[in-house]
Design a protein around this ligand. Structure first.
Ligand code: SAM
Length: 249
């Protein structure tokens, strides 16, 4: 992934994607909702003290996740954002001067094994080709869970396309290929929401002929390991709710 794909213009886009109302309400982009829908109640379990509520966000863009997490957890949460774009990191530092934002590649994180309780990566995998390498690195740094969003197709082999004028890599993984890579990590639990289709967004070129919006679905995958018992109970309940309403967003 070339850092220069992520420019001043894209920084502004990700800045605008969240809305902060005067009454304190945060309007979060839809792609983050299934992530926070798990992460927030998970960290509200009594098992995590403030310093065990720790999140490493890969591809944090301008860092608005920090604001939401601090609002949800006023008594403390550890949040670090990593991004490959110097524009994004500079803007994140400007918006949140006390924040912890690091310039870096998601493939080689400057963090010890199991350094963060959860690692999240929203729409990062779909812009990088090296899926197995990325997932392996993220799983290494996550003590208990990895949550990522990407696009999958059930009807085509894995597709490498391009998006927008900059020609940003756009990766739509075959659902079974992704399933195999995930299984190789050996999670104790795998939760996945295949959401009803949202627009692919931007001009995507290089898709196979006849490939339509119905052929690709945004997916949120939650992989968990080494959980304390109360968290296991919570996950069973969460899974049961997901099974009874698999398309919730
Ligand atoms: C599609 S944007 C998503 C931004 C944000 N997560 C969101 O969903 O609003 C992808 C972000 O990931 C960053 N990124 C892409 N590849 C990366 C990599 N290999 N390492 C670190 N950051 C990366 C980009 O700079 C960009 O900020």
């Amino acid at each position: 992934m070339k850092p220069e794909y992520w420019t001043e213009e894209s920084t502004a886009f990700y800045d605008r994607a969240w809305e902060f109302r005067d009454d304190g309400q945060i309007i979060v982009p839809g792609r983050y909702l299934p992530v926070f829908g798990f992460l927030v109640p998970f960290f509200k379990l009594n098992v995590w003290g403030p310093d065990r509520r720790s999140v490493l966000e890969v591809g944090c863009a301008v860092g608005h996740t920090r604001r939401l997490l601090r609002q949800e957890f006023p008594d403390g949460i550890v949040y670090r954002g990593v991004d490959i774009s110097s524009h994004h990191v500079a803007r994140a530092r400007e918006l949140y001067p006390d924040g912890d934002f690091v310039l870096g590649d998601a493939k080689a994180l400057d963090a010890a094994d199991a350094a963060f309780t959860l690692l999240i990566a929203v729409d990062v995998l779909l812009h990088n080709w090296d899926t197995a390498e990325l997932l392996g690195e993220w799983w290494r740094v996550a003590a208990h869970g990895l949550i990522f969003t990407t696009r999958v197709t059930a009807t085509h082999p894995t597709i490498r396309a391009r998006q927008g004028e900059a020609g940003i890599p756009f990766h739509i993984l075959n659902q079974d290929d992704l399933g195999g890579l995930v299984a190789d990590l050996g999670p104790d639990f795998t939760l996945s929401h295949v959401l009803p289709l949202a627009a692919l967004g931007g001009e995507v070129t290089g898709l196979p002929e006849g490939f339509g919006e119905d052929d690709a679905s945004p997916v949120t995958v939650i992989l968990l390991k080494n959980l304390p018992a109360p968290a296991v109970t919570f996950v069973h309940g969460f899974l049961a709710a997901l099974r009874s309403n698999p398309n919730q967003s």
